[in-house]
Design a binder for this molecule. Structure first.
Ligand code: C6P
Length: 418
């Protein structure tokens, strides 16, 4: 994550007490939560923000003349402004609230894709995309006759940039790239990827699901056309997410879902649409969720993303070193630039068995294909075990993970321990 190299002895964040769920024991042990790539836990301020909204201000937005509706509308609008500032978008209209990364990518695929792709056009994805950045494009390619091309991944888990350059061509209409791989932890060189795509005249969508909670993102500096992320991986509520889109693109795109709130006028002959972002927010949105997400963003900003990145880098360095001391363990994903995700396989133990044994120790990890089946196929694996770190994790958590792995190896009689 390009964070300064931090030694293990550097002062670490100590934020566990901000997160109520981390106080509960699991299977009679201290909960060690290392499944942050799937979803992060929520700080008390986020839980409180949602509860306060429901207990003090609940009403539907944009529709009421009464006080509560105006308060709710103001809070929702402030949340959008909070997101704009968080990723430094130029205009607040460039922020569309969605239910998550998946919905945001589907919105771009169906709205921009159906309107702009035709027979023989190329959609360039990478071999380390999450299914959310593959399947929507396949569905749209089937309808438009567009073709999907794939940038290969090296054995270290980096993108083959020479292949990327070679694959970019006059028919490339869209490049879709994950900022941080959820299965490998690789931080992709998206600045360079975007610049090359722009030279080729292609639009660029960045899947930032695993990035925004771990590194500062500035969409103007990046120059991407679309940047998407989920609120629940950013200490915010589930069912929240964001599509950032350049204003001129969003403005020109047709609506995707129709309904209330996204229209200007409706008759049975024809409807006209509201300006962006309302055009893309049909129906009652997740108002409390947006307000909770705003609280999460303020919480993260209060700590500072640079401090979070440095902390998680220290955790990753320590975990990598500790796991490497165990025999029979192979780390999957050894990119030069990695975020706080450690994927590995243990000789003789299926990742799911490993997950179950660690769970008995109170350690929550994820095991499986991580919704990145093409990547697993590339590595010839059914899946991996994955520990993913957040700002509240500590070196003790890593020690618990490594002790759990040692136990698993003893149980399976693998890994020859002294
Ligand atoms: N990854 C994990 O790795 P949603 O479900 O819409 O909030 O996010 C989908 C998604 C898209 N892109 C990337 C890079 C992701 O990591 C994810 C979600 C989770 O554990 C679930 S597979």
């Amino acid at each position: 994550m390009n964070a300064p190299c931090v030694s293990v002895s550097a002062p670490l964040l100590n934020r566990g007490t901000d997160f109520p769920v981390l106080q509960r024991p699991v299977r009679g042990r201290r909960l060690v939560y290392l499944d942050n790539g799937a979803t992060t836990q929520k700080p008390a301020c986020v839980i409180q923000a949602e509860a306060d909204f429901y207990s003090q201000s609940n009403a539907n937005i944009h529709r009421g003349v009464h006080v509560l509706s105006q308060v709710a509308t103001d809070m929702y609008d402030q949340a959008r402004e909070g997101v704009r500032a968080f990723i430094n978008a130029e205009r607040v209209e460039e922020i569309v609230f969605t239910s998550g990364t998946t919905q945001a990518i589907n919105l771009v695929a169906y709205s921009w894709g159906l309107a702009n792709l035709s027979e023989g056009d190329e959609i360039l994805l990478t071999g380390m995309e999450h299914h959310s950045n593959i399947v929507p494009w396949q569905l749209v390619a089937r309808q438009t006759g567009a073709v999907i091309k794939v940038v290969p991944v090296t054995d270290r888990g980096e993108l083959d940039m020479d292949a990327y350059r070679a694959l970019l061509g006059p028919r490339t209409r869209l490049v879709g790239v994950v900022h941080v791989s959820n299965a490998l932890g690789t931080v992709n060189p998206i600045g360079e990827i975007i610049a090359l795509a722009k030279q080729a005249g292609a639009k660029v969508l960045i899947d930032g699901a695993q990035a925004v909670a771990h590194t500062p993102v500035d969409v103007q500096d990046l120059g991407c056309d679309f940047y998407v992320f989920s609120g629940h991986k950013l200490y915010g509520p589930t069912g929240t997410g964001v599509l950032y889109g350049r204003y001129d693109l969003l403005d020109a795109m047709p609506p995707w879902l129709g309904g209330g709130d996204m229209i200007h006028t409706v008759s049975f002959e024809e409807s006209t649409y509201a300006p962006v972002p309302q055009k893309f927010e049909a129906g009652t949105p997740n108002i409390a969720g947006a307000i909770g997400l705003h609280a999460a963003i303020r919480y993260v900003q209060g700590i500072g993303l640079d401090a979070i990145a440095a902390h998680e880098q220290a955790l990753l360095d320590y975990a990598t070193a500790q796991v490497n001391t165990l025999p029979g363990i192979r780390i999957i994903g050894e990119a030069a630039d990695k975020a706080g995700i450690l994927s590995f396989v243990v000789e003789g133990i299926h990742p799911h068995d490993l997950g179950t044994i660690l769970d008995n120790e109170g350690v929550a990890i994820r095991a499986g294909h991580h919704c990145a089946m093409p990547l697993m196929t590339h590595f010839g694996l059914p899946g991996t075990a994955r520990a993913s770190f957040a700002l509240y994790n500590s070196m003790d958590d890593i020690d618990a993970l490594v002790n759990g792995l040692r136990k698993a190896q003893q149980l399976f009689g693998t890994g020859q321990h002294a």
